[in-house]
Ligand binder design. Structure first.
Ligand code: PLP
Length: 376
């Protein structure tokens, strides 16, 4: 945990919740990825936290970037990074956005169907395309649905179609699901990717690249394997499935790059009970699902919480946000243990909030400001 963040928060006098991100930790995370998979290019998934200071730091460290929209592409270009360090990794793109990205110099695009290939062939001729294949996401705490990717059986047809339209059929991508604690997930996905490579070779087209996506976890309440452990497992899986003909590879860490670098400070607004003999206290914070903690949806992500009363006896609480929407409850099915001495007005720290908080905050639901963000 970052002493720099604590020091910053001690001096902060503005009201309302905020997230503070420590760039030293982001730098350490980048180096951990770069060292653990030395032959793999790191494409930071911008959506996890697009703060300009984070993008500039990663630019200076030599990172590449996975962008989901023209807006994200423009944020990356604003750091001075050249367009050849950008992958337009969203499989769902308007054709005019493809054209805009192409005009900026982007030449690497994700697809998962022939319909998207058509758009790219028209508006980004000659570009490299990689086909995303479906992964089941088992073992991920924030699994991805069937929204992105096609069955591995269909991928060769999509890529061959791209080849016939004059695009470079470049490779295969997958995402094993976010917050993926199961190291085997990459093994299964790489087996699938190798199958697509083989089929394409039979069709006379040599694919070059495997985009191994994100999914690298942040430590919340449970321990997770470190980046080097992932690096070793992934490298072994690559060798197992591709032998001595290793493709070039990409990873796209989002959460794993910034999650543990940020901390939210919030305040206890109200503590109450629903009946005189209610055993469960309701603890309402000045932050909730609509102001940065969207990933508590379905209680998927359980953040570590520090209070000034830590060490005192604890009891289960329902934890809720400040808005007038009844879904603005973070933890209820599995109540959260908090000190019985916790009081209204106490400041609490929510840890590992560097990813998927700022941009998931609403503009002004109920008149509450979006989550304030500081990068130090
Ligand atoms: C969101 C996303 C990522 C980042 O995922 P994490 O689990 O945060 O690492 C990487 N690649 C793509 C295509 C994504 O959509």
């Amino acid at each position: 945990m970052s002493e720099r963040i604590r020091e910053f928060l001690r001096r902060r006098d503005e009201d309302g919740p905020c997230v503070v991100v420590d760039l030293d930790i982001v730098r350490d995370n980048y180096h951990a990825f770069a060292r653990s998979l030395p032959d793999t290019s790191v494409y930071y998934a911008v959506k996890a936290n697009p703060a300009p200071e984070i993008l500039s730091l990663l630019e200076s460290l030599g990172s590449c970037f996975d962008c989901a929209s023209v807006g994200e592409i423009e944020m990356v270009l604003a750091t001075g990074a050249s367009a050849d360090r950008i992958s337009y990794g969203n499989t769902i793109k308007k054709e005019k956005d493809i054209a805009k990205a192409y005009a900026y110099g982007v030449r690497l695009f994700a697809v998962d169907c022939v319909e998207e290939v058509d758009k790219i062939a028209r508006s980004a001729p000659g570009s490299r395309v990689f086909c995303r294949v479906l992964c089941d996401g088992i073992g991920a705490e924030w699994p991805l649905s069937r929204k992105f990717g096609c069955d591995a059986d269909m991928a060769p047809d999509v890529l061959e179609y791209a080849h016939r339209l004059g695009l470079q059929a470049y490779g295969v991508s997958f995402h094993v699901g976010s917050q993926q604690a199961n190291l085997e997930a990459w093994d299964l996905a790489l087996a699938m990717a190798a199958g697509v490579f083989k089929e394409m070779a039979l069709r006379g087209i040599d694919l070059k690249m495997v985009n191994m996506g994100g999914g690298f976890p942040t430590r919340y309440l449970k321990d997770v394997p470190g980046v080097p452990t992932y690096g070793t497992a992934i490298f072994e899986a690559l060798c197992k499935h591709f032998g001595n003909r290793l493709p070039s590879t990409i990873i796209e860490p989002g959460r794993g790059m910034v999650g543990n670098a940020g901390m939210i400070e919030a305040e206890v607004v109200l503590i109450s009970r629903k009946s005189a003999d209610d055993e469960i206290r309701w603890v309402y914070l000045d932050i909730g699902k609509f102001s940065g903690l969207a990933e508590t949806m379905d209680e998927a992500i359980r953040y570590p919480i520090r209070t000034p009363k830590d060490g005192d006896r604890t009891a289960p609480c329902v934890l809720a946000g400040p808005t007038c929407d009844s879904v603005d409850v973070m933890y209820e099915k599995t109540p959260y243990e908090l000190p019985v001495s916790l009081s209204i007005g106490d400041k609490i720290l929510i840890e590992a909030c560097g990813a998927y908080t700022t941009t998931y905050s609403t503009v002004s639901f109920n008149g509450f400001a979006p989550l304030a963000s500081h990068v130090i």
